[in-house]
Design a protein around this ligand. Structure first.
Ligand code: FAD
Length: 446
């Protein structure tokens, strides 16, 4: 007898999950599988690994939360620690899997994986649904590969057209029975569970946070506070749950509408929708450009005038540059797994424009560290700042002194994260390999 699996990936929720909804409608047997790729836990070409400590812990909390919800339906998750292609191959052969349900996410590597899998298993039906975007492919007023060249063009088209953002699907009332019973590689997750963090993984926490945020008054002042560097309440803080699919962008969208209905609509409430449209743009951007998202010359074939300087990169990652505001941001990231949007812009601008380091090393480091890492938003934003992406202005270089005066006028953020204690120059040796004298060394001293 043939059976089906549900391939979990960035869609760790039961509510508003079209992929699951379709599986429930068609299957009597369904096994949930999550595959953790060992490759993601080891450093790659850009000196970072994909899944850093914060992300791994968030993932483990997310899986445990989903597991608890599935158990109430007599279901569970099978977690496999092995390369995904081998896992798919093995499961398909051993258990006579003929249908795989999965969410179509923006990750080019995952799409490439399933393309390869389909080539070697043409008889297996891979049923793919859109679960991480506001719009369905069919709702777009253009073919996905003809995505407007800039965010503004995209937003204007989406805002003026009567495009329907569909209502979130309800929480399921029943689930098909499970077949597989694979034991979790528990030790992998255990050691990451104890460290403290601002965010807790899982859709239950996501709903709790979203409800609290939108039932209060904070959305009414979002536009004025969103650029601040350090306070939890200054922006929605929904990104980690959105990035992991613990909540859907539609659930957030409809929560904003409910808030507007109860408390009134203003520029700030509009601006949260505006930011969700940025997210949306980058999701479609990643679909449209595929592997170009990771190319040094990006989507326009223009190579930046940067290279790789290991010492500068190391100083940047550890918050030890000559730019106190950037040091503070990087230390905040290293200690919490989070950095504000403004902080990300400043840190990225510093790496690219002041330290002249290849932007991909920075993007890869953010991928490792950011608890809300999302392939489309991360690599898309980095391309934008490096001038190889969707920015009509070419590239963005921030004046770090001016930005410090605007966003940290009293130096509180820098003091809190000890940003002042950085290096005094970018390098310890000059181009000819001579040691550079620290600027505070007395004249004439060796
Ligand atoms: P809010 O300000 O409350 O915004 C609401 C939601 O809108 C966010 O949760 C997010 O989903 C979306 N959003 C806001 N700004 C952006 C943006 N510029 N691009 C795309 N979506 C946006 N965001 C990620 O979710 N994952 C990433 O890996 C990521 N990497 C980034 C790298 C760089 C270099 C830069 C400049 C930005 C990056 N962002 C990323 C976007 C943004 O910084 C975060 O989404 C935001 O800071 C998360 O905090 P929040 O949920 O409080 O955002």
């Amino acid at each position: 007898m043939s059976t089906a699996i549900y391939w979990l990936s960035k869609d760790f929720r039961l509510e508003d999950n079209l992929s699951l909804h379709r599986a429930i409608g068609s299957e009597t047997e369904l096994s949930f599988v999550y595959c953790l790729d060992p490759k993601d836990l080891t450093p790659h070409n850009f000196y970072s690994k994909s899944l850093g400590e914060f992300r791994l812990r968030f993932l483990s909390e997310t899986l445990l939360d989903l597991q608890a919800q599935l158990r109430t339906f007599g279901q569970h998750i099978n977690v496999v620690y092995a390369p995904p292609i081998d896992t798919l191959d093995r499961l398909t052969k051993r258990h006579n899997i003929t249908r795989i349900y999965r969410s179509n996410n923006a990750d080019w590597n995952e799409r490439a994986l399933f393309k390869r899998f389909k080539e070697s298993h043409p008889k297996v039906d891979v049923i793919c649904s859109q679960t991480s975007t506001l719009f369905e492919t069919a709702d777009l007023p253009f073919e996905p590969e003809d995505l407007p060249k800039t965010f503004t063009l995209f937003r204007k088209r989406m805002e003026t057209l009567p495009v329907l953002i569909r209502q979130p699907l309800p929480y399921p009332t029943h689930l098909p029975n499970h077949v597989l019973d694979i034991e979790w590689p528990q030790s992998l997750f255990d050691k990451h569970r104890r460290k403290g963090s601002l965010f807790r993984g899982g859709s239950a926490e996501a709903s709790k946070h979203m409800k609290a945020y939108f039932s209060g008054d904070l959305p009414q002042t979002y536009k004025e506070t969103r650029n601040n560097l350090d306070t939890w309440e200054d922006s929605t803080k929904l990104s980690a749950w959105l990035a992991n699919g613990c909540i859907s962008p539609r659930q957030v969208w409809y929560s904003i509408l409910d808030h507007e209905h109860d408390k009134g609509e203003n520029e700030s409430t509009y601006w949260i929708k505006f930011e969700l449209l940025w997210r949306e743009y980058f999701q479609w951007y990643a679909y449209a450009y595929g592997s170009q998202l990771f190319r040094f010359d990006g989507i326009n074939g223009k190579k930046p005038m940067t290279s790789f300087y290991s010492e500068r990169f190391k100083r940047w990652t550890s918050g030890n540059t000559s730019f106190p505001i950037v040091n503070a941001c990087m230390k905040q990231l290293n200690e919490t797994g989070y950095m504000s949007n403004r902080g990300r812009q400043l840190a990225a601008s510093c790496l690219i424009h002041e330290l002249q380091v290849d932007w991909r090393y920075g993007a890869a480091y953010f991928e490792q560290q950011l608890i809300d890492y999302d392939v489309a938003s991360n690599w898309g934003n980095w391309q934008y700042l490096a001038g190889v992406g969707a920015d009509p202005r070419g590239s963005r270089r921030f004046n770090l002194q001016k930005q410090t005066e605007t966003y940290d006028p009293n130096g509180e953020f820098i003091a809190r994260w000890k940003g002042e204690s950085g290096a005094t120059s970018n390098d310890s040796v000059d181009a000819a390999d001579w040691p550079i004298m620290p600027t505070d060394t007395p004249k004439g001293a060796q």
